[in-house]
Design a binder for this molecule. Structure first.
Ligand SMILES: Cc1ncc(COP(=O)(O)O)c(C=O)c1O
Length: 395
């Protein structure tokens, strides 16, 4: 095998948030639970990335660093090659992470008391960032229709008309439900936002992790007026398992928006970048595409594995089929509708640490989110624990 994604790598002693026993005790009440929560992978990153980081580390001097032209070219070429969008160097801002960028964007474009639309159930730091910056969440809850999610456009339009609504945070592809939004859906959302002067922040951090049969469309690539009314956040962090490197590409084509954003960055002295992350990004985008294609195959096999395992062992539970991301939205409502009860039961009885559905806001009760970017043997052990305890209690 060219890449061994089955290899189980011991992450203890590496200060991993996901595996750290104190974190597990603090969040789940069980220090020895197996973790399938926070979104990083239990696979080694691609070899060219490791090699470049080692080479740079061996130099021994880790002073303040600038981003060379080759850094921007790597981002521009990647986005052109994988997503068909031609972006310009001047549009690309750096922030150490997409979540910090979202906070700075809220500070740049909203006043305390303003409202920001999100689509629950959604990545929970969105609502934290909105509230921490003195704004209010306007929740356009997604509609769950049998086995898939849809957007409630009528409600979206109604919420957008509120003059207090200044921003919409689009999660595309959507975490945790795994939807890849179609061009038609994006156009409908984008048009409503334009009509109502709502700025679109497109969090596309998962945009490289899309499975066969689906095509991710970058929001800013659709039309010039969308481009000028949006900020797009991408990163190599999810794609290449570089979350701890704290890299993000904040793409802001509109010069006026860029000016406002930079002002907030300057206020907070955000600018320099970790020298290891610079070489990591270049090696990821320039030399690691083949690794990514193999990773996607392995992840798809893990999805099949989950579907089969549930069908055989806990048939009333379902995985909402992910079209993208390595995060699976598991529906246990036929067994338990109380979110808190389900979560505590799986954490304490099953000794498995997953993000609880209730963490993601409205529509999360009775669901758990599983991070399936791990060797299959580990996935199997996690599923076995979950299915065994639920079966014993509810069947
Ligand atoms: C939708 C989404 N945005 C942002 C992040 C985190 O981004 P960062 O680590 O760059 O702050 C995640 C991580 O899971 C995510 O799922």
């Amino acid at each position: 095998m060219k890449y061994n994604f089955d290899e189980v790598i011991d992450r203890s002693g590496t200060n991993s948030v996901k595996w750290d026993q104190e974190s597990l005790k603090h969040l789940f009440g069980e220090s020895d639970a197996i973790p399938f929560w926070v979104a990083d992978m239990d696979f080694k990153s691609a070899q060219p990335i490791i090699d470049e980081i080692v080479k740079r580390a061996e130099h021994g001097i880790y002073g303040y660093s600038v981003r060379p032209d080759s850094y921007f070219e790597a981002i521009i070429n990647w986005i052109k090659r994988r997503h068909g969008w031609t972006i310009e160097k001047e549009w690309i801002e750096y922030t150490p992470g997409v979540v910090p960028a979202i906070n700075y964007l809220i500070q740049a474009f909203c006043e305390p008391g303003d409202k920001v639309i999100i689509q629950n159930p959604v990545y929970y730091p969105f609502s934290n960032s909105i509230k921490e910056n003195g704004c209010t969440v306007a929740d356009n809850t997604l509609i769950f229709n049998d086995d898939h999610y849809e957007i409630d456009f009528e409600d979206f339009e109604k919420k957008s008309r509120d003059p207090k609504v200044k921003m919409f945070i689009l999660c595309s592809p959507h975490n945790p439900i795994g939807r890849v939004w179609t061009k038609e859906e994006l156009i409908r959302l984008g048009d409503i936002c334009l009509k109502n002067n709502v700025i679109v922040v497109a969090d596309e951090i998962h945009n490289d992790l899309v499975f066969s049969g689906y095509k991710h469309i970058m929001f800013g690539s659709i039309r010039e007026d969308f481009r000028m009314n949006s900020i797009t956040c991408t990163a190599p962090s999810k794609t290449f398992n570089l979350a701890g490197m704290e890299i993000s590409n904040i793409i802001i084509p509109n010069p006026e928006y860029r000016r406002k954003y930079k002002k907030v960055l300057d206020k907070n002295s955000i600018g320099n970048q970790n020298p290891l992350s610079i070489v990591a990004l270049e090696a990821a985008y320039n030399k690691s595409e083949d690794w990514l294609d193999h990773l996607l195959n392995y992840l798809e096999e893990n999805i099949d594995f989950i579907h089969k395992y549930l069908a055989e062992n806990l048939p009333k539970a379902k995985l909402i089929n992910p079209q993208a991301t390595y995060l699976g939205w598991l529906d246990f409502r036929e067994y338990e509708r109380s979110g808190k009860k389900l979560e505590n039961f799986v954490y304490h009885k099953g000794k498995v640490a997953l993000d609880g559905g209730t963490w993601f806001g409205n529509g999360g009760d009775g669901f758990l989110r599983i991070n399936f970017a791990c060797p299959r043997s580990l996935l199997k052990e996690g599923l076995k624990r979950i299915c065994t305890v639920i079966k014993e209690e509810y069947d």
